[in-house]
Design a protein around this ligand. Sequence first.
Ligand code: SOE
Length: 378
Amino acid sequence: MAGIGVGLVGYKFMGRAHSNAYRQLPRFFDVDPAPRMAAICGRDEAGVREAANTLGWESYETDYRRLIERDDVGLVDVVTPGNTHREIVLAALGAGKHVICEKPLANSLAEAGEMLDAAREAGTINTVCFNYRRAPAVQLAKKLIDEGRLGTIRHWRAAYLQDFIMDPGFPLIWRLKKELAGSGALGDIGAHSVDLAHFLVGGISEVVGMTETFVKERPLEGSDGETGEVTVDDAAAFLARFDNGAMGTFEATRFAAGRRNKNAFEINGSRGSVAFDLERMNELEVFFVDDDADVQGFRTVNVTEPGHPFAGAWWPPGHIIGYEHTFVHTMKDLMDGIAAGKSPAPTFEDAYRCQAVLDAVERSVEGGGWTKPELGRI
Ligand code: SOE
């Protein structure tokens, strides 16, 4: 198979999700080029060798520079912790490769700006894996908004709720260290809500926010009682004013007991509302003011009918799909973008906008008051 050789840097959680997507994509969608799983890369040779065998990669590398040099790699996929995105992405773009990078693009706005400049210079295809845009129910929300069926958008309300670090005994993993992760819930899961807000409602003109770190010391991984400081937020909340006059509220927390991965939003317009919850990913709650009085009320659309984007490639209506399919859909649009010579949204520019909002929230937390995202590079 010709296709395009993929080099994946990273092999843990996102490495598995992206590997599954590349393997499934050509089995369920017509794509040209098709992804060829050329090599997976990780610093621990035993770990990455096992990953290559388990996840279906032709080979493995232990140095991303070697991976990027390979002539059989045309697309570099970066799924490493945020502090390494910049160096790997800049090297891949400099080598003329197409690039997909996990979210958020960078650990700071300055880094995101460098990566955006390099992407523009390279002229190759670039995109960031904000995968939830490609849940069919989110695509339906976008369709309803674009067709004016919700009318003028007045409210965006997002809450991305997790609870995996509530135990104070949970160790000080990389996600809890600012120098590695950049931020905590704000940049990890709040970034998804910001991207979805940009996708569905539009640009954000100013924000005011707060963050909190509930557990400030945690056991060091592999230690016997030693602890270290948590240097990122456990939770963030912020208000936003959209360019189009809509009001936004955002919440991102890793301390919502019982909420495992509840990425939810509700949009209220002058003619109706929609509500989405990733934990019920195949459904979109819809309400239309023009419905007849005797059937007024929110109703549930099961977004598995073949007419919805991506849905027809899988199973008959009602046979639901899952989290992993959003990555397959992301790679489908990436392959189509490579074929067309057009970077699929969200591009590095879209991801820069997202980073600018995250940065503005952090400056608001520091300085207090309403703060505008810095969009100088757009
Ligand atoms: C951890 O919070 C995490 O894996 C995020 O990093 C992902 O982006 C999100 O989709 C699921 O939760």
